[in-house]
Design a protein around this ligand. Structure first.
Ligand code: ACO
Length: 318
């Protein structure tokens, strides 16, 4: 049997489309302002995909970044797990199967639907599948073209989101500890607060309800993961949260007595990229040299479902 904690993140990659839409440009489309968006969310700009670019295109470019950054070959890839709410097709083929075709892989390929918590869920699905020998390794990808499900006339939502993709490679190595623990939750009773309207194909949201849920779920996830692994919050080097709103993180840090500086935030330049936001942030941290051998990281996500959850892991330099 494979040791339970032996699954490692061994490579990361990301892609954000080059086209940038600033708050000031948005204020020419809807009744808003740079000042309102920054003060209420911490967002300054977002990346927007080209019309013909699909979610699987964004995912593929993130995978190419991973392969190039870490000198890996696509021939090494076995399984593919994609977290997305904006797959190219509403049914099949899944985004993961489209990537399997492009990468020429023949291992398992599946999409996971858990809103902005999708990357955390996908990581756990892939970890469990590697441990059960369903696949040797896995690309775990968060990819979203949220610009395709935005009502650009609704200032309550259109200012919040952006496009992008991030990915990690998960592999087994018995010589060290990698993913230590995962917490996954869903409160279906609140599902109406955040949806993609099937008729209009656009995001609808009760902002305040989601805000309150987010502050509570982030705080509870962090404290649960820390406590049940006999750690203290000071043992965590970085918290990499789903990037939805800077104010949510500040309120959470205050309410649960957490050090706000331990949270890595890049929302100012990407806005909320849903399932892509955690791997996008992680890839940026890796690029900036912020991740060091042996550091403990805690990913925490929340979103449609209402789902939430977190992953605790040890980072290793590859
Ligand atoms: N520009 C200017 N004014 C605006 C805008 C805008 N873009 N959007 C709303 N307003 C106005 C409202 O109309 C309202 O005006 P009124 O008082 O005249 O009625 C006023 O600003 C305040 O609106 P609130 O909704 O109370 O503002 P709030 O402080 O709650 O901030 C926000 C709104 C930013 C949406 C906040 O509730 C929030 O962050 N919620 C969580 C959102 C989120 O994280 N969603 C995604 C999570 S899951 C996922 O990632 C898919």
């Amino acid at each position: 049997m494979k040791p339970l904690h032996s699954i490692q993140i061994t490579a990361v990659g990301a892609y954000a489309p080059p086209k940038v839409l600033t708050n000031t440009e948005l204020s020419t489309i809807v009744d808003t302002s740079d000042e309102w968006i920054r003060s209420h969310t911490g967002i300054g700009e977002r990346h927007i995909a080209e019309k013909e670019q699909t979610t699987s295109d964004l995912a593929m470019l993130a995978v190419e970044d991973l392969l190039a950054r870490f000198g890996r070959s696509k021939d090494e890839i076995d399984g593919i797990v994609v977290a997305t709410a904006t797959s190219d097709y509403p049914g099949f083929p899944s985004t993961a199967c489209l990537l399997a075709e492009r990468l020429g892989t023949s291992g398992p390929a599946l999409d996971v639907s858990a809103g902005c918590t999708g990357f955390i869920y996908a990581l756990e699905v892939a970890r469990a599948m590697i441990l059960s020998n369903s696949m040797r390794n896995a690309l775990v990808i968060g990819a979203e073209k949220l610009s395709s499900v935005i009502n650009w006339k609704d200032r309550n939502t259109c200012v919040l989101f952006g496009d992008g993709a991030g990915c990690v490679l998960l592999e087994q190595d018995s010589s060290k500890q990698g993913l230590l623990d995962t917490l996954l939750k869903a409160e279906g009773a609140g599902s109406g607060a955040l949806t993609i309207d099937p008729g209009q194909r656009c995001i609808t949201m009760e902002g305040r309800a989601v805000y309150n849920f987010a502050v509570r779920s982030i705080g509870e996830t962090i404290l649960s993961l820390v406590q049940r692994n006999n750690l203290t919050i000071d043992d965590i080097d970085w918290i990499v949260p789903h990037q939805a709103n800077k104010r949510i993180i500040s309120a959470c840090a205050k309410r649960y007595s957490l050090n706000e500086d331990a949270f890595y935030l890049n929302i100012e330049h990407y806005a909320n990229t849903s399932a892509a936001s955690i791997p996008l942030a992680l890839a940026e941290m890796q690029k900036k040299g912020l991740l060091k051998e042996g550091q403990k990281l805690l990913f925490v996500g929340f979103g449609a479902g209402l789902t939430y959850g977190g992953s605790l892991l040890v980072w290793h330099q590859s």
